[in-house]
Write a protein that binds this ligand. Sequence first.
Ligand code: SF4
Length: 752
Amino acid sequence: MTTDNTACILCSRNCGLTVTIENGRFTRIRGDDEHPVSKGYICQKAARLEHYQNHADRLTHPLQRLADGSFVRVSWDEALGDIARRLIAIREKHGGRAFAFYGGGGQGNHLGGIYSQQLHKAMQSRFVYSSLAQEKTGDFWVNGRLFGHQTCHTTEDVEHADYVLFIGTNPYQAHGIPNARDALRDLQRDPARTMVVVDPRRSETAKQADIHLQIRPGTDAFLMLAMLGIIVRESLHDRDFLSRRCQGFAQLEQELLAVPIADYVQRTELAAADVERVARGFATARAACVRIDLGIQQTLHSTLNSYLEKLLYLVTGNFGKRGGNNLHSFLLPLIGHSDERMQKYPRTAHHRMFPISGLYPPNILPDEIAHAGEDRIRAMFVDSSNPVLTAADTAAYERAFGKLELLVVVDVAMTETARMAHYVLPAASQFEKWEAVGFNLEFPANAFHLRHGLFPPLAESLPEAEIYTRLLEKMGEIPPRFPLLERLAGLEPQITGHVLFLGALAATLARKPRWQPYAASILYRSLGRTLPEGAALAAPLLGLTTVYSRRHSAAVRRAGHRGNKLTLGAALFRAIIERRSGTLMSTHTFDDTWSLIHHPDRRIHLAIPEMLAELRALASAAVPGADFPFILMAGERRSYNANQIFRDPAWRKVDRHGALRLHPADAQKLGLSNGARASCRSATGEVEVVVELDDNLRRGTATLPHGYGQRYRDSTPTGPQINRLTAAAHCDPLTRTPFHKYVPVHIAPVAT
Ligand code: SF4
């Protein structure tokens, strides 16, 4: 029996865990008091992680699919050798446009992404598709315009705010903020603080709120605009902040003064007095912040919603201060920057879509594969993702993936996407290797947690670092050894702070520019050999800590790390390697906010022409789905769902069927009772569901959870495959993020 520290991988909070392990299994899981952010906090899901680590769908060996659809076991050498040959042939014949990559990293599995991104470079392709681009790219796009770079990402200081506005989010179940349930309890208990929840459902968070605005689905933009209109008309905006820190407010002000407030409030079906009370309360609070999530990022007007929620805290000056919304620094950057106004970012062949933050939206991928032209996508890698079930229109994905000349899936389990692959490559689980998350999103204090491996890799499974490095070697992109770098890496790093090694690495890459895209694998093969057992794949972090410590040296020193200009990065790297519960990597000051803005004038540019045009057009916006009686909010977060991470349905203590929640009065009208079977039909497809009555819903709405529908051990789907209902074209026109929270459907009893 051993006890160790690690982190939960089930949501973006990645709470620290202290685990007990017996005979290769988790037997006890609790919060890690030493974790610098979660400090012992966990929710009920973490206790079920044994169902992720050990289950019947785990992959143990590389597999090749035969013509009859069955799989045969092959060696790593055979699999990677054949994949390398086929990739090179496709690249040489059709160029980089013929290759696309999907995924790369799960909720707590981001170190692998450093290695997998080298493959796109080897394939000379920039077509990276990601689930982030069906959730957050509207947010990233707006950040790019407001702050000058799409990697500028905001966070919210709920802990210190007097007034918190939760819009389209249910932190009690979805988390997303530090120690969510504790934070909600503290808010609720303090009579001097106010919590407002905007949600069509009386969610667990809404039940704790001071004010719940039970809004009509799809009308969030109208609500936020009405609030902004009230704020400027009543002169509640922060003129001093706007003139010192922003530009473009005069133009924005004209637009906000023209908002037809009464009409917009009416569309939300909320009481005007409630909207006014919230607008005034938010604007006049000492410190207020906004926390949003998919409820507004995956519904009508989603990119405009991202703009408006930011305007709420910017126009009222609740930015760059304690208790407000803030920018933060990243050690491991999850996203890049790709402003579509610059010509260098390639557009896709079919939809002519541009990338946002370097990512293309899953909504267009089936069309890009099925595209009739020579420039279609022919080969793909899918890594740690299951787009057949998680992207809009499952049937379209099944058809498109069936057309690929080469589909390779890297995953820990036999997923629905893996079943369609030509090769399936088994990755070590998130507890069988050293791993880290890119969700270092805190401000002013930010932390990083490198988890140590707890178990040996299952059978022949390998960490992504080894899989992609071997593939690059097979493709002839890099040699297997780097003797000089290996020698220097071992030279007294405690004394030299890796200065000699980093100098030699820079000289090597300058001499061999062809190797520059593969720095991660070169670090893995050289410095990695000198690190503690299992830590080799963390070697690229030395490059990241070096860059981070140069940019944020004062903040890194405030967090307790010591070193000079050349060695501070190595000191931070050592702390990250050694501290099993994670380490504080930086402590910023609120004044740092302005240096995190990328516009050369360090100001926030408020007037975004595309958003102002959409804002003006809102008054005449049609309401889609009027010929369907219900609006389904697909992908609800509940007590026992977690994307696709769990496959074994035994992990769930409740909600085995992933029930369709429906208001009792609606159910009665349809002749449906609790536990009845019903059909849920959209314009795209139909699923059979089990009904659960829920008077927390608005009449005319229904919800289904995400994270169901897997065919565990080749079974029939375990719960609803919700993306049989969603449509690729039902999405934001600018960013192509889907409207999963606004799916018009019919619901009817199923004859038994
Ligand atoms: S699922 Fe729960 S325990 Fe796991 S990271 Fe999220 S909040 Fe923490």
